[in-house]
Design a protein. Structure first.
Length: 219
């Protein structure tokens, strides 16, 4: 299967940026959880964003992308099965994170306990995600380059966008701006539905404000 360089780059760039978002966002939650200046509501929003997006990402890989790759190259099945097993371990960490209460209990020992519990659950997710991506990328990036056609990638990417849960989507835009160049980010966002594109400036502005709060650099 011959894949031209432009479309090869599209598949790898879009995946690399998605993984970059996962690395940055999971790291930020662990740091923000123990920062007293960060409102619990801001932590809850980032936590919810991470849980739904990480689940959706690996589910689309397991259910859609992996079968496409295995159909083209059956010999990849064992490696991809191993990655799916890692996804199952990630699900367990996400279950713990999702079950961690992040309610606005106010200041004092109760708030400190909430932050400590969230931090512990967030560390488990961060470490699992970072380790998993270190295993996945050496397998996935060559597979995208060599075994997924431009048409297959376009179809897959459109399915991912259409089924992405609408939870704090502005944070995705903000994180993409941090991990990619303007040209790379535009490549990713070009697939958004046309009605959403006029909303991007407002989404960027909201993301910038929220990320400053999470990093303790804004109010």
């Amino acid at each position: 299967m011959t894949i031209d360089s432009i479309n090869e780059s599209t598949a790898v760039i879009e995946t690399r940026l998605a993984h970059g978002v996962h690395r940055v966002a999971t790291t930020l939650l662990t740091e923000a959880a123990v920062r007293p200046s960060v409102p619990l509501s801001a932590l809850a929003q980032l936590r919810d964003f991470l849980v739904v997006n990480l689940r959706h990402h690996h589910e689309t890989e397991d259910e859609d992308l992996w079968p496409r790759i295995v159909a083209a190259v059956p010999a990849t099945a064992q490696e991809l099965d191993a990655l799916t097993e890692e996804h199952e371990r990630l699900d367990a960490a996400l279950d713990r994170l999702a079950a961690t209460s992040v309610d606005d209990h106010g200041e004092g020992a109760t708030s400190d306990g909430v932050r400590a519990a969230l931090h512990g659950a967030a560390v488990a997710v961060r470490d699992t995600v970072h380790d998993h991506l270190a295993h996945e990328e050496p397998i996935l990036f060559p597979a995208l380059r060599d075994h997924v056609s431009p048409a297959e990638w376009k179809d897959f990417a459109q399915r991912v966008i259409a089924t992405t849960p609408p939870v704090a989507g502005h944070l995705m835009v903000g994180f993409l701006d941090e991990v990619g160049t303007p040209a790379e980010v535009e490549l990713v966002l070009a697939g958004l539905p046309e009605p959403v594109r006029p909303l991007l400036p407002a989404m960027r502005s909201q993301a910038a404000d929220d990320l400053k709060i999470l990093r303790g650099t804004g109010s």
